[in-house]
Design a protein around this ligand. Structure first.
Ligand code: 6PG
Length: 474
């Protein structure tokens, strides 16, 4: 029997669907799962009659692969990835390629790359996005690692990835942990997009829009400049009725958000690098606050706020204003994410290409959206673009939306409705366009208590001054 072109370890749903996808492009695939019964069930069901062979023994699995072997690991991020690598090492040969396709932390990927390089084993850390359906029909793939290792897997990954205008949503991102880093930022942006949509929903709900009306709004938005997978699924969510109660299912779902950690990693990395990703940060914190359900229920009767929602706007007017607030905030979130990618690229020497990243995110992944075409164009037109907000197209949208955006944030504040991501985005916008921020006072305070010195606006940059501030008498 001929040897397999590709091997995959870890047959959870994502793994199974990737295998089916690879096989459907004309490749022979071998699979292995730690719990053998999962492999058997897969062979008897989804993989039945297909060019897929399963193995209960890891050695037999490895031996079934054509060299250089291409083995993708799809197990839970963390220790499980290291464990599988250790099991493989005695069985594989120098020049074989291991691909980690899970949501691994990029520093783990960097560490594994170096470890495996010493042993002559090739390693690619690939971010894979698109959920179960994407894995089956075409995900977005963000591979990182040495170029010659990438070349070995490029034909298979290009074949299985989503396509937009005939272009594969899969490009080599950079060395080492670059692929997993880009996937991490993708997830951070995913958090931001989701939170912004939730804030729009919360305002609409307070203003008395029914689920049916919201389904129609999001459906309409999905046919305009907000067209995206997340807007589309949101519209569909509002149409589903709970069989037990007859209410829209969304109103029966517990308001306690889960998170696996990639959003939090994004915030940690931003803090470490001195990047500002206030929209994503607001989204991560909103999830955390939502998880304090019991505390919130306890606090609700004690802490006052406005009661009846008042806006003085028609539903049509509110819809348009919220649209503008959402679109403008989304632009800010991506501007922040792209700038963070650039900072990381400089710090880690990855040479990330912003246009390529936007291009890969256009299809297959969770944040896929029309608007990524515009981001791609913006960076292709000006690879040195300092901030997405300054691109002509995005600048136009922001300038045209800013009045409505402010009105929405003000309306939310007046009515006691939390809009942390809308308002964080607006504050970023207003801070970035401000020639003079109040940090002069902050510098004075630092100099007061710590003699940290300050620069003056009327003296050359880099010249530092100190004032003998009056003594504080307690
Ligand atoms: C994707 C998703 C995927 C996963 C998220 C969920 O791109 O396909 O991002 O990776 O669904 O990690 O993350 P949370 O559990 O943190 O929401």
């Amino acid at each position: 029997m001929s040897k397999s072109d590709f091997g995959l370890i870890g047959l959870a749903v994502m793994g199974q669907n990737l295998v089916l996808n690879v096989e459907s492009r004309g490749f022979r695939v071998s699979v292995y799962n730690r719990t053998g019964s999962v492999t058997e069930a897969f062979l008897a069901d989804g993989a039945k009659g297909r060019n897929i062979e399963g193995h209960a023994d890891l050695k037999a699995f490895v031996e079934s692969l054509a060299t250089p072997r291409k083995i993708q690991i799809m197990v839970k991020a963390g220790g499980a990835v290291d464990a599988v690598i250790e099991q493989l090492l005695p069985l594989i040969d120098q020049g074989d390629l291991i691909i980690d396709g899970g949501n691994s932390l990029f520093t783990d990927t960097q560490r594994r790359s170096e470890y495996l390089e010493e042993k002559g084993i090739l390693f690619i850390g690939a971010g894979v996005s698109g959920g179960e359906e994407g894995a089956l029909k075409g995900p977005a793939i963000m591979p990182g690692g040495p170029m010659d290792s990438w070349k070995i897997i490029e034909p298979i990954f290009t074949a299985i990835s989503a396509k937009v205008n005939g272009e594969a949503c899969c490009r080599h991102m950079g060395a080492g942990g670059a692929g997993h880093y880009v996937k991490m930022i993708h997830n951070g942006i995913e958090y931001g997009d989701m939170q912004l949509i939730c804030e729009a929903y919360n305002l609409f709900k307070a203003a008395g829009f029914t689920a049916e009306e919201q389904a129609a709004i999001f459906d309409e938005w999905n046919r305009g400049d907000l067209e995206s997978y997340l807007i589309q699924i949101t519209s569909k969510i509002f149409t589903i009725i709970d069989e037990e109660t007859g209410e829209p299912i969304v109103e029966r779902i517990m308001d306690r958000a889960g998170q696996k950690g990639t959003g939090r990693w994004t915030v940690l990395s931003a803090t470490e690098m001195g990047s500002v990703i206030s929209t994503i940060n607001a989204a991560v914190e909103a999830r955390i606050l939502s998880s304090w359900k019991e505390d919130r229920v306890e606090a609700a009767p004690h802490l006052q706020g406005p009661t009846a929602f008042q806006s003085g706007l028609s539903k049509e007017e509110l819809k348009q204003k919220v649209h503008d607030a959402l679109f403008a905030s989304k632009i800010i979130s991506y501007a922040q994410g792209m700038n963070m990618l650039r900072a990381a690229s400089e710090q880690y020497g990855w040479g990330l290409n912003m246009g390529d990243i936007a291009s890969v995110w256009r299809g297959g992944c969770i944040i896929r959206a029309q608007f990524l075409n515009r981001i791609k164009e913006a960076y292709e037109g000006n690879p040195e673009l300092k901030n997405l907000m300054l691109d002509d197209y995005f600048k136009g949208i922001l300038n045209a939306s800013q009045a409505n955006w402010r009105e929405v944030v003000a309306l939310a504040v007046t009515n006691g409705i939390p809009v942390p991501a809308f308002s964080a985005s607006l504050a970023y916008y207003d801070s970035y366009r401000e020639e003079r921020l109040p940090a002069n006072l902050l510098q004075a305070q630092r100099d007061y208590f710590g003699a940290h010195t300050y620069e003056r606006i009327d003296k050359p940059v880099g010249e530092f001054f100190h004032t003998e501030w009056p003594e504080v008498i307690e």
